[in-house]
Design a protein around this ligand. Sequence first.
Ligand code: HEC
Length: 274
Amino acid sequence: MSLLQTVLSRAVPLTLAFTAAFAVPAAHAQGSTADEIAKYRQMLADGNPADLWEAAGEEMWKKPAGPKKASLEQCDLGKGPGVVKGAYVELPRYFADTGKVMDLEQRLIHCRMTLQGLTQAEATATPFSGGKRSDIERLVAYVTGASRGLPVNVQLKHPAEKESYALGKQMFFYRGGAYDFACATCHATDGQRIRLQDLPNLLEEKGARFAYTTWPAYRVSQGEVRTMQHRLYDCLRQQRFPEAVYGSELITALTMFLAKNANGGTYDAPALKR
Ligand code: HEC
């Protein structure tokens, strides 16, 4: 069994609740897209609501919580305990204390477990806001915001980082599911569109940098800040792949592949998106 198959087989089966934009009739989709664009313009004029997520995340980072009543201020995001500035643009990276390549969300889960004493189930309970608000989305907004203006700079120095990149690349081109789609089906050609949405070419510098440096983002259509984990989760759903386990090695590998392709791009998120 290849590493990719091993990782995929760990994924939980996808429920058939498929509610992507594609299911909506064209006329309606275009109307709502136009409405959303109008809302988006308004938001731009008013500033980015993601600022509120950043502020809430900073408060959460500094506030003692969990059974150990500790804050996250000693969390090591790769640049030493407590260093938040510039940490995100160097992630994913290899962490010697866990022996793993981790992305930001995995590392936050790790810190909440080790520093604050949360169980894995507690630390991963609400990865994305739905009925319940997600703490992780707020923490991610805070940490990513502290890298704004810095160049994406992931290094493939450690062998585990090289492996993660290779796995992500393999996954990007891996075709499967009901439509036999890969990420590459939608994201490896210039000028492709689905309805009114431009699909960035993630293999080319311009598209890769733009896409990577503008996540997480406040999504006007959802009224939430969505993380990179959520973006990939959503694309895997559009691809009709099994739902990836939150914080899995596979999502980190895909993120590593995207980040490496975006190296040198100026980080500019949390951003604002449709
Ligand atoms: C069926 C087509 C389809 C497939 C397959 C697909 N995506 Fe997407 N992807 C989209 C659409 C649609 C968007 C949203 C574009 C928009 O909102 O403008 C998107 C957006 C993205 C973005 C954010 C781009 C930006 O500029 O905000 C990333 C990153 C991304 N996809 C990565 C992936 C990866 C990695 C895979 C494979 C796991 C994948 N996608 C598979 C359709 C697809």
